[in-house]
Design a protein around this ligand. Structure first.
Ligand SMILES: [Ca+2]
Ligand SMILES: [Ca+2]
Ligand SMILES: [Ca+2]
Length: 337
C-alpha cells in the first residue's frame, strides 16, 4: 500500500469512528425557548439544549438557519428579532429586531447569495419580505404584495415559493420578487415549512390546519402524497435512513413514508416541547471552529489542544491527538474562498 492510500484508509477509519464532528439538524422549541440538535441520519437527539433555554433572547424561536460562514441565525416570532449564534450555539449578536427594523411577527427566513430574507406578518411592514445583508445592514422591502401572513420562504433554482397562513396559498415569485402565480391549487391549509426530499427530489410541505398533515408535491406542484401523521405539523425533513422527521406542538416525531399506513408508524423522538422548522447544519470535516473553511486557525486549535481535550477532538475519542490533526490536514483548504 502506498503512503497516500495508507493515509486515506486511516482517514476513513478516523472519520468512520467519528461522533463529535457530525452534522446535525437544528430545531427550535417554543416551550423551552431553545434550539435542539438532532441527527440527520436517524433523527436521534444529539443535544436537546444545543442553544440552551434563553428567555431573554427567545419567546417563540421559529427558524434556526445556518449562514455560509457557519454561524446560525434564529428568527423569533414573538421577540421580533433575528439573533446570530456561532456553530457551537454561543450567542454573538442580534442583527435585526422590531425597534430598529420594524420586523413584527416574523416566521421563516432564508439566505440566498449573501442576503437574508425575513417574513413579516404584522406592523408597518405587514405582509412583506424584508431583505438584509447577513450582518443586518442594508434593509429593503423585497416583496410587498400577494402575501397574506407569510410563514416560510423556499428558494428553488429559478423561483421562490412562499407559504401563507391567511390565504392558505403557496405563492410563487421570480428571483427578483415579482409575483408569478399561485403555485398549487390544493386543499392544503395553512402551509408552513417547505423542504426537499433527498430520495426523490419532491417537496414536503407541512399543512398546519385541517386536513393537516405532511403534503408531498413534485416541482410542478402536483400532489403526489399526503401523510395524515399530525394534527398540526410545522416542518418535515427526510432523514438519511429514509424515514421522515416532522415537528408539531407535542414533539419531534418520525414516520415511515413507505409503510402501508404511514400514520401507524409515527414515533416520538423528542417530546415535552413545541417544535418548529427543521434545518440541516453541515460541518466540514476538519473545520474545528465551524466557520466553513478549514485553514490555519483550525490547525492551530488542534495543535494548542494537542494531548488534551477540546473542540479539536474531531473524532470524539476524548483526546486531541494526531488522528484529529490528520483530519484537519487532509481537509485543509476545504470551503475557503
Ligand atoms: Ca416560549
Ligand atoms: Ca475553520
Ligand atoms: Ca480525538
Amino acid at each position: 500500500m502506498n503512503r497516500l492510500a495508507f493515509y486515506l484508509a486511516l482517514s476513513s477509519l478516523i472519520v468512520g469512528a467519528g461522533y463529535s464532528q457530525q452534522s446535525f439538524l437544528l430545531i427550535p422549541d417554543w416551550t423551552n425557548d431553545r434550539v435542539c440538535a438532532l441527527s440527520p441520519v436517524d433523527g436521534s437527539v444529539i443535544n436537546a439544549n444545543f442553544i440552551p433555554t434563553n428567555t431573554q433572547l427567545f419567546d417563540s424561536p421559529k427558524h434556526a438557519l445556518p449562514t455560509p460562514r457557519g454561524t446560525i441565525l434564529v428568527a423569533d416570532q414573538v421577540k421580533d428579532a433575528v439573533h446570530e449564534f456561532d456553530g457551537f450555539g454561543n450567542y454573538i449578536r442580534t442583527i435585526a429586531n422590531l425597534q430598529n427594523n420594524q420586523i413584527d411577527n416574523i416566521r421563516g427566513i432564508a439566505i440566498r447569495d449573501g442576503k437574508l430574507y425575513v417574513t413579516v406578518a404584522s406592523g408597518t411592514l405587514q405582509n412583506t419580505i424584508q431583505r438584509f445583508n447577513l450582518d443586518g445592514t442594508g434593509q429593503e422591502t423585497f416583496i410587498d404584495r400577494n402575501l397574506s401572513s407569510p410563514f416560510a420562504i423556499y428558494f428553488r433554482e429559478n423561483d421562490i415559493l412562499i407559504t401563507n397562513s391567511s390565504s392558505h396559498l403557496i405563492q410563487r415569485f421570480d428571483l427578483n420578487g415579482a409575483f408569478l402565480n399561485t403555485w398549487v391549487e390544493t386543499t392544503i391549509r395553512f402551509p408552513q415549512q417547505i423542504t426537499r426530499r433527498r430520495s426523490n427530489g419532491n417537496l414536503l410541505v407541512a399543512g398546519f390546519s385541517s386536513p393537516a398533515g405532511i403534503y408531498e408535491f413534485d416541482d410542478a406542484g402536483n400532489r403526489v402524497a399526503y401523510y395524515a401523521v399530525s394534527s398540526g405539523p410545522r416542518g418535515a425533513y427526510e432523514l438519511e435512513n429514509g424515514l421522515i422527521l416532522f415537528t408539531d406542538a407535542a414533539g419531534v416525531k418520525v414516520f415511515d413514508p413507505n409503510a402501508p399506513n404511514p400514520a401507524n408508524t409515527v414515533q416520538t423522538i423528542l417530546g415535552q416541547g413545541n417544535y418548529q422548522y427543521i434545518e440541516l447544519y453541515e460541518i466540514l470535516l476538519g473545520d474545528v471552529n465551524r466557520d466553513r473553511c478549514v485553514d490555519d486557525a483550525d490547525l492551530l486549535e488542534a495543535l494548542f489542544q494537542f494531548g488534551g481535550s477540546g473542540r479539536a477532538d474531531l473524532n470524539g475519542d476524548n483526546i486531541v491527538d494526531d488522528a484529529d490533526l490528520l483530519i484537519v490536514l487532509f481537509n485543509f483548504g476545504a470551503g475557503c474562498e
